[in-house]
Design a protein around this ligand. Structure first.
Ligand code: PDD
Length: 280
């Protein structure tokens, strides 16, 4: 695989980042994941915009190549012959001379890394046909989840808790209300209404979420952006998640409670179809 590091396209085994990189020492970095279907980047502009916002919120300098990101994505897709898959992009505050909590001066340049992951048939995932199971766990992450940082230890732990419980993912709960999944936004459908948490610092502002809500409204489906409890979710007609890597993925069981007959619901199925149709 060819990866991109600070202006160079290199075989992955030759790509190197300093041990003093602040991404490594302090999780002082931000990232984006953009999906690729049939060689086409899905919603690149949305991801680029959110990336700039993450940098701004953390007062992190943009790399010199910030204006060339689309070109770099395309070049990597071509060099790695990716039809379906993902592009991962990470920017860190760079490698300072020493380990120091204070941010370095502007002599230290940010680190920019991109790599691809090939996933043939990404849009035809078998999980979309049967749905996934989630468990609920407490949300103990920091208070700025709207910034897409690489501090992903708790979401990783949540994923492992789910696996251990025989489930696929975890929904995180704060004050009784669902915030989001470990790496996706969470939704329920009650009485034909699509309910998903309102935007704020408590969740990541999903690019897929924005597109799906827009398509839902265009299709005259009712959307309510408000917090919902895990108890309300267990009694919902349907549930689903959205993200760049799963698109729209039905949820059929929460904490061992089946939703309806435990098969993907019509609203989730329709939204998935619309999303894939409109984005490709
Ligand atoms: N995760 N919420 C969280 C906590 C996320 O990590 C993600 C994305 C989302 C969905 O955002 P989007 O629709 O823009 O992908 C919501 C990516 C896919 C990841 O970490 O791999």
């Amino acid at each position: 695989r060819i990866v991109y590091v600070n202006g160079e396209y290199l075989p992955e085994e030759n790509a190197k980042v300093s041990v003093f990189d602040r991404g490594f020492l302090f999780a002082d970095g931000v990232y984006e994941v953009t999906s690729v279907l049939g060689g086409k980047l899905i919603d690149f502009a949305g991801h680029a915009k959110r990336l700039q916002r993450s940098l701004d919120e953390l007062d992190m300098p943009a790399p010199d190549a910030m204006g060339d990101l689309l070109e770099i994505h395309r070049e990597l897709l071509a060099r790695n012959e990716i039809e379906d898959g993902l592009v991962y992009l990470q920017i860190t505050r760079g490698a300072a001379a020493d380990r120091d909590f204070a941010f370095p001066g502007d002599d230290v340049k940010p680190t920019l890394v991109l790599f691809t992951q090939s996933k043939p048939g990404l849009a035809d995932s078998p999980a979309a046909k049967v749905g996934i199971k989630v468990i609920s766990i407490e949300d103990i992450r920091w208070g700025r989840r709207d910034i897409k940082t690489v501090q992903l230890l708790y979401p990783s732990m949540g994923k492992m808790m789910a696996k251990k419980a025989g489930a696929d993912d975890a929904w995180m709960i704060e004050d009784g209300f669902v915030t989001e999944g470990t790496s996706n936004n969470a939704y329920i459908v009650t009485g034909n209404k699509i309910v998903t948490r309102h935007l704020g610092n408590e969740i990541l502002h999903g690019i897929t979420r924005a597109a799906v809500l827009r398509f839902a409204r265009e299709a005259q489906m009712e959307v309510e952006e408000r917090a919902f409890t895990i108890d309300e979710a267990k009694e919902a007609d349907e549930a689903f998640i959205t993200s760049a890597s799963t698109f729209v993925m039905p949820v059929v069981n929460i904490d061992g409670t089946d939703l309806g007959d435990a098969t993907p619901g019509p609203v989730a199925a329709r939204l998935r179809e619309i999303y894939l149709d409109e984005s490709r």
